[in-house]
Design a binder for this molecule. Structure first.
Ligand code: SF4
Ligand code: SF4
Length: 297
């Protein structure tokens, strides 16, 4: 796979360096650095399109803020690439209107906007999926006998945090691992924004934490904490499904809250981030946070 990267700022450099260190250096056919101090609104963004663009299969644009992102589909077209990944780590980076504009400017190109980058999963596109096999939503295998013996990283967050977390939870009691993985992500540190993203109702940093906690929970086969719906009081045919509409995980495409065969809400304890937003939003007070061992299927 020929990977061409457009990068800007500290976040961009960090991702480029960690991908190179984790084995992608030989796939990189080019790297274009975009200055950080560009205005958010640009009339003539074409002046920023690089003069010489190599042939590529996949374009990755990391850390660009505002209208300058409009050069990404232009570069993709000139490189021959049909696949583009534009990860979002900050709510100010690509507002939903700009995202639509980018997509509409290149309907023939598959463009994904994982928010955060460590929520990327295969989407049925050859090159995005080849990338997402190794980098994106963390996936682990854990050997444990009550204590964590060995952690194998199957898929790592593109910043490399999953390897750091894997090393640091070895030796811990298994029941402490999910909480500790969130703490270790902060220590790494995760560079996603701590500002609330109005489009999801939570911070992108929190969303990154939910992804790695889910990886730990799934690898262990249990979760220690989750929001739970009381089906005695859930009136899903009367409400506006506020729990589904406001769940930040659902907003980024994860099936954390769904309706069961009785049309009542069900929360997946593997991916619930325990943000409590659904608890505040449910008009019937039907959701509570429970701390107990939830066995996962
Ligand atoms: S849990 Fe609350 S918000 Fe969700 S479907 Fe049931 S009543 Fe509606
Ligand atoms: S607590 Fe509720 S809103 Fe938050 S992640 Fe879990 S299900 Fe979604």
């Amino acid at each position: 796979m020929k990977l061409y990267i457009i990068s800007s700022g500290k976040y961009g450099s960090r991702i480029v360096n960690s991908l190179a260190e984790m084995g992608l250096a030989s796939s990189m056919v080019g790297l274009e650095e975009i200055p950080e101090d560009l205005p958010e609104f640009i009339d003539d963004f074409e002046q920023y399109v690089p003069k010489s663009i190599p042939q590529a299969d996949l374009i990755l644009a990391v850390g660009l803020f505002g209208d300058i992102n409009m050069i990404v589909p232009i570069i993709a077209r000139e490189s021959g690439a049909q696949s583009v990944i534009i990860p979002i780590h900050d709510p100010a980076q690509i507002p939903p209107g700009l995202q639509r504009e980018i997509e509409e400017s290149a309907p023939e190109i598959k463009i994904v906007f994982p928010k955060p980058f460590c929520s990327l999963e295969p989407v049925g596109d050859t090159y995005i999926d080849e990338f997402a096999e190794q980098f994106g939503r963390p996936q682990l295998e854990i050997e444990s006998d009550g204590l964590i013996k060995k952690v194998k990283v199957i898929r790592t967050a593109p910043c490399g945090s999953t390897h750091f977390i894997a090393e640091n939870i070895e030796g811990l009691p298994a029941e402490e691992a999910e909480l500790e993985s969130g703490t270790k992500l902060h220590n790494y540190p995760c560079n996603a924004s701590m500002s609330t993203d109005p489009a999801v109702g939570d911070t992108i940093l929190h969303l990154a934490g939910y992804q790695v906690k889910e990886a730990v929970r799934r690898a262990l086969g249990f979760s220690m904490k989750s929001a739970v719906v009381d089906h005695e009081t859930c009136e899903a045919d009367e409400c506006q499904h506020e729990c589904i509409k406001h769940c930040p995980q659902v907003q980024i495409g994860i099936d954390t809250v769904t309706l069961n065969e009785n049309e009542q809400a069900v929360i997946d304890p593997a991916s619930c981030g325990c943000c409590e937003i659904c608890i505040q939003e449910c008009p019937y007070g039907s959701i509570e946070l429970e701390e107990k061992k939830f066995e996962l299927e």
